[in-house]
Design a protein around this ligand. Structure first.
Ligand code: MYR
Length: 185
């Protein structure tokens, strides 16, 4: 019998990461399925997913700031880039593009070509109004609120609804400096 070649530490680690990501994706799917069973109304499920995401976002920002080493952004444009390139990478394993800025620099889109949350997902016809990834809009809204930015975050495109990408519209509504957690010293 041929000897089994030992796998390098990197290969084992990559495999563990892949399994973790799949487990996360499947667990999220199970949560959405349970909410659909419990709440029956798709609109209620959308709200609940957004609220769950918000609750995660207001906690996750501490871990993000501690691990990323990101400091205060000069403006909302920089913040959007940080979310897309650092935040999404850290928590979702993919990056997003920042596009479609409005004239005053307070609204933009985060476009995901690749979205690990939807691996293995196919929505039945009964779920037409579902924003399956609504947890993400809540996470972004919650995280930004903790760094003084009140935002409105909505889905503009969704591949599960037949669009060609996932597009989150992020609109800065107002800045609330007193909620900012950093100390300037
Ligand atoms: C600043 O204070 O100006 C920096 C603010 C950076 C905010 C970054 C928020 C990260 C949100 C991560 C979302 C992950 C979604 C999967």
């Amino acid at each position: 019998m041929a000897p089994v070649a030992p796998r390098s530490g990197d290969a084992v680690f990559a495999n563990v990461e892949r399994v973790n990501a799949e487990l996360f994706t499947l667990t999220y799917g199970a949560i959405v399925r349970q909410l659909l069973t419990d709440l029956e109304e798709v609109d209620e499920v959308n709200k609940q997913l957004d609220q769950m995401g918000y609750n995660i976002g207001i906690r996750l920002i501490d871990e993000f700031l501690a691990k990323s080493g990101v400091s205060r952004c000069v403006d909302f444009k920089e913040t959007a880039e940080v979310i897309a390139k650092v935040g999404f990478k850290m928590f979702l394993g993919v990056t997003a593009s920042v596009t479609n800025w409005d004239a005053d620099g307070t609204s933009c889109s985060l476009v995901l070509e690749d979205n690990p949350l939807v691996d293995f997902v196919e929505l039945p016809d009964t779920c037409q109004g579902l924003y399956y990834c609504n947890i993400l809009s809540g996470v972004v809204r919650g995280a930004l609120e903790m760094v003084s930015m009140k935002t409105e975050v909505t889905w503009v495109r969704d591949m599960l609804r037949g669009d060609d990408a996932y597009e989150l519209r992020v609109k800065l509504l107002k800045q609330v400096p007193e909620e900012y957690p950093y100390k300037d010293d």
